[in-house]
Design a protein around this ligand. Structure first.
Ligand code: ADP
Ligand code: MG
Length: 582
């Protein structure tokens, strides 16, 4: 019952999307009703044609009929066009709006949401599910109103000719309704499963496409093919179940209808019934009864379309109802001075995991450099993730210029940060556009070029025929890891933010490029606060403070000299790298 209520709410919510286009929607409904009215009118003239035209041999009536038939079909065509055109128009408007909303909402959802949902699933919601809503509900509405009106028209004709015979249908009606109720419940279950199954197909395909290189290298073809076969088959199975339910129900309903026809013939066989009914009236009645079968069948199936639409709408609304990133701070500033403080910060990604950070405290004065070192998984990137508020701290506080970062307007906070992370994301555009992506305000081509030169991007783009205007392919597949990192650094340079976070930003560079870029970065760090996460200790010797992290806690802290003198973990790590690189 709770589910029923939920579906009603979904429907009501869907109606809100149609509301702005109610003019077009009403036009299409008028078209549908007109269409049904024309068909009913056509049928109602059968008695006149047979009784007056044929039986009484009145040729004038037949002539009028000859003139009217083409006219009737022209009118019918116009109604058909109007109903289909405006219904589709409204449908596509709604799809477009839902798609845009989904797209924009997904950008606002917190990182933790994206951690938990597969990209394939979300993409399929934007592309497939939204389309489903419109297609299924348009079909449902078309059938419900057009065929519904037709049924009413047919019943009117039948009752007009003989109410006794028509009463048969009142016995059959509830029977049909019962079948519909049983079947539609089944439809709902299967429709939901099909939605999920389609999501799985997309996810599995996407995983293979994204990981194509790993798959072929590690001979994962068979495994991938097998797992795809499974999800592919589930979709087929569920679809077949839908087909079975649909065809079975159609046959059952038609059988019930045929029983009613048999009953009509039986009742008609009584003498006083025979007397009352003219040949034309009987023909009209019989035609109406036969014609009732088609709309009845469609009206049964309408539920499956409807359920499909509702299920699709529910899965879209589910995402739209996800809470966006918390952005309640109202503190706005132009340019931060860049003082960062962590006060007893603890953080856990998932409740079941061990904490990624445990009571971490440190502060960085404006313009200073803080370096973070430690094994992978020790929590270095987590510090960056918390500062950018990709995740919110649970215990402790992070302050920027003495103000809790939760009190900043999110946009304003992020504007203070330029991050170059381990994973460089490039858009399928020119290198110049990729560099300019995060720049605030408009940037001139000269500024882009300057940033590109500083980050040694021009070193490899000068050899390309289109230089900085070369397109990089999807996520920059045409570039090497080092080249991508250089573009990311140029992007950060151009952003000109007061705080710079370099998360293993030069890890993919060769020693020589790294040295060059290090010069550029040093120049950049002069009037900025920077947090440098480094795997090569040689790059952080000039840091003002170095934190050595282990399992989310600070193991050691101090300057390069101090840490070497204390001969702790940093000292060991340093010696290891020093002997390793020589
Ligand atoms: P580092 O950058 O030092 O290599 P991270 O800060 O990325 O380490 O990770 C610290 C810990 O948090 C690791 O145990 C890692 O498995 C976990 N972790 C990192 N990102 C996530 C995430 N998105 N969801 C769950 N756990 C995560
Ligand atoms: Mg990391």
């Amino acid at each position: 019952m709770d589910l029923e209520l939920q579906r009603k709410q979904t429907l009501r919510r869907l109606m809100k999307y149609i509301k702005p286009y109610r003019g077009a929607f009403i036009l299409s409904i008028i078209g549908m009703i007109g269409y049904a009215a024309v068909d009913s009118f056509f049928l109602s003239q059968i008695q006149t044609l047979i009784d007056d035209g044929l039986t009484d041999q009145n040729s004038r009536i037949l002539m009028i009929g000859a003139l009217f038939v083409p006219v009737i079909f022209i009118v019918r065509g116009i109604f058909n066009f109007v109903s289909s055109y405006f219904l589709s128009w409204v449908g596509f408007k709604v799809v477009t709006r839902l798609r845009q909303q989904l797209f924009e909402h997904m950008m606002q959802l917190p990182v933790s949401f994206h951690d938990q949902h597969s990209t394939g699933d979300l993409i399929s919601k934007i592309t497939y599910t939204t389309q489903q809503i419109a297609e299924a509900s348009s079909r449902a509405i078309l059938i419900l109103i057009r065929e519904g009106a037709f049924v009413i028209g047919l019943l009117t004709i039948m009752f007009y000719h003989s109410w006794q015979l028509s009463l048969v249908f009142l016995i059959v009606g509830p029977l049909v309704a019962k079948v519909v109720a049983v079947v539609s419940k089944r439809f709902r279950q299967v429709s939901n499963r099909i939605q999920t199954a389609m999501g799985n197909v997309t996810t599995t395909a996407e995983q293979m496409l994204n990981g194509h290189k790993v798959v072929v290298m590690y001979e994962g073809q068979e495994r991938e093919a097998d797992s795809f076969k499974e999800v592919n088959n589930v979709t087929r199975n569920q679809n077949m179940k839908l087909v079975i339910a649909r065809t079975l129900s159609t046959s059952v309903i038609q059988f019930i209808a045929s029983l009613s026809l048999a009953m009509v013939l039986f009742i008609l066989s009584f003498p006083d019934m025979l007397e009352e009914l003219s040949g034309g009236a009987f023909a009209a009645l019989l035609a109406a009864m036969m014609m009732l079968l088609r709309p009845l069948k469609q009206l049964t199936n309408v539920n499956s379309d409807f359920q499909r639409g509702i299920a699709a709408a529910q899965s879209v609304f589910e995402v739209l109802d996800e809470r966006p990133e918390i952005d309640q701070g109202e503190h706005r500033i132009g340019r931060a001075k860049g003082r960062i403080e962590f006060e007893n910060v603890s953080f856990t990604y998932n409740e079941t995991d061990a904490p990624a950070l445990h009571e971490v405290s440190f502060s960085v004065e404006p313009g200073k450099i803080l370096a973070l070192v430690g094994r992978s998984g020790s929590g270095k990137s987590t510090i960056s993730n918390l500062l950018t508020r990709f995740y919110d701290v649970e215990c402790g506080k992070i302050l920027l210029d003495g103000v809790d970062i939760k009190d900043y307007e999110l946009k304003c906070l992020r504007r203070q940060l330029a991050v170059v992370s381990q994973h460089v994301t490039l858009f399928n555009e020119s290198i110049a556009n990729n560099i300019a992506y995060g720049a605030m305000g408009s940037v001139t081509p000269e500024q882009i070029k300057a940033a590109a030169e500083q980050a040694y991007v021009t070193e490899f783009t000068d050899d390309l025929p289109n230089g900085l205007d070369t397109t990089v392919g999807e996520n920059g597949v045409m570039l090497s890891g080092g080249q991508r990192q250089r573009i990311a650094i140029a992007r950060a340079l151009l952003r000109d933010a007061p705080i710079l976070i370099l998360d293993e930003a030069t890890s993919a560079l060769d020693t020589e490029s790294e040295r060059h870029i290090q010069n550029a970065l040093s120049a950049l760090q002069r009037d900025r606060t920077s947090i440098v996460i480094a795997h090569r200790l040689s790059t952080i010797e000039n840091a003002d403070e170095i934190l050595v992290l282990e399992d989310g806690s600070i193991l050691e802290r101090g300057s390069h000299q101090e840490l070497l003198e204390s001969e702790g973990a940093y000292y060991q790590l340093y010696n290891l790298q020093f002997s390793g690189s020589h």
